[in-house]
Design a protein around this ligand. Structure first.
Ligand SMILES: [Zn+2]
Length: 296
C-alpha cells in the first residue's frame, strides 16, 4: 500500500473504533439504585466502622480488584443485573399506594414469589455470610457475591424510592425537571440530589461528602446511632425496620408535592438533602453493624 492508502486505512480504522464505542455505550445497561456515589458513600461509611474481626473477614472475601476497598464494589450488583436477571427484583420493594410496608404483603416479585425483594435479599445474604466460618473453599466464591450483594442492598433499602408504590414503579414513571434537565423522580433520589450536593458544597469530591456525613454521625446524630444499629430480638439483620422507614420517607419527602412535570429546584433540593444525608448515614452505620454481628 502507498502512504495515501495507508492513511485511508488508518482513517477507516479510527471511524470504526469511534462507531464501535458508540454502539458499546448505547448497549450498556442503565444503572439503577443509589447511583455509584450513593452506594460508595454507604460502603465507605460502613468500612470505617467495622470491628477488627469484620475487617479481616471482609478483606478475605473481597475480590482482588477491589484492593481492600469495600466502597469500590458496592455498585457491582447493579452492573450484573442483566447477567443475573433473577437478581433484578431484589433491588426494591413495591407497596400498594399506602404509606406502610409489610413483609408478608409486599416482599415478593412480580410473579408473586415470596421473599424476592430487597428485604428478603438482605435476610438471605446475611444467612449465607453467617455460614462463612464453616464454609469450604469452594463456597468462598459464593460468599464473595453474598458480601457484594448485601453491601449493595443495604444501600438500596435506604433509598426512600426503593420502597415505593408499585403503580409508579418507585417514581420511575413520574417525569419531572431537575432544575433545567428532564429526569424521573426515582433518578432524582438515586443520583441528582447527591450530584447537586457534590457540585454545590463539596467541590465535586465524594470523599468530602463522606467526611461531612461522618462528622454528623459523631455529633448531630450521635444519640440516635445506637438505635440505628440495634436489631430487635437479637436478630443479625432487620431490613423490615429500614423498609418501613423507607416508605414513610418516600411519602413524607420524595413523593410529597410532586406531580407529573413538576419542576424541582432549590426548595425541593435543600429540604430533601438532609433526608438523603441521613439515609446514607443510616445505610452505612447499619451495614457495618450487620457485618460486625455476622463476623463477630
Ligand atoms: Zn440496586
Amino acid at each position: 500500500m502507498n502512504s495515501l492508502s495507508l492513511e485511508m486505512a488508518d482513517c477507516k480504522m479510527q471511524i470504526m473504533l469511534v462507531l464501535c464505542s458508540f454502539i458499546l455505550l448505547a448497549t450498556l445497561p442503565p444503572i439503577y439504585g443509589w447511583g455509584t456515589d450513593g452506594h460508595s458513600i454507604v460502603c465507605k461509611i460502613a468500612q470505617s466502622r467495622l470491628s477488627d474481626a469484620a475487617v479481616d473477614a471482609v478483606k478475605e472475601l473481597l475480590p482482588k480488584w477491589a484492593e481492600d476497598d469495600l466502597g469500590s464494589v458496592c455498585s457491582w450488583a447493579d452492573q450484573v443485573k442483566f447477567r443475573y436477571r433473577w437478581s433484578s427484583p431484589l433491588h426494591y420493594i413495591n407497596t400498594p399506594e399506602i404509606c406502610t410496608y409489610q413483609y408478608k404483603r409486599d416482599c415478593k416479585d412480580e410473579d408473586g414469589i415470596a421473599g424476592r425483594c430487597v428485604a428478603g435479599a438482605i435476610n438471605n445474604y446475611t444467612s449465607q455470610l453467617l455460614t462463612s466460618n464453616s464454609a469450604s473453599n469452594k463456597a468462598q466464591n459464593n460468599l464473595t457475591e453474598a458480601l457484594l450483594f448485601l453491601s449493595h442492598f443495604m444501600g438500596d433499602i435506604h433509598q426512600p424510592l426503593h420502597v415505593g408504590f408499585a403503580d409508579d414503579k418507585g417514581g420511575n414513571t413520574i417525569d419531572v425537571h431537575w432544575y433545567k434537565r428532564k429526569a424521573v423522580l426515582h433518578h432524582v433520589w438515586d443520583t441528582n440530589i447527591i450530584e447537586t450536593a457534590e457540585e454545590r458544597f463539596y467541590d465535586l469530591n465524594v470523599d468530602s461528602m463522606v467526611d461531612a456525613i461522618q462528622q454528623n454521625i459523631t455529633s448531630e446524630w450521635a444519640d440516635e446511632v445506637k438505635r440505628w444499629e440495634t436489631c430487635s430480638l437479637n436478630k443479625t439483620a432487620c431490613p423490615d425496620i429500614y423498609a418501613s422507614e423507607g416508605i414513610k420517607a418516600a411519602c413524607d419527602w420524595a413523593y410529597k408535592g410532586v406531580q407529573q412535570e413538576s419542576v424541582l429546584e432549590d426548595d425541593y433540593f435543600l429540604s430533601r438533602l438532609p433526608i438523603v444525608n441521613r439515609r446514607l448515614a443510616q445505610g452505612g452505620v447499619r451495614l457495618a453493624a450487620t457485618l460486625n454481628r455476622i463476623f463477630g
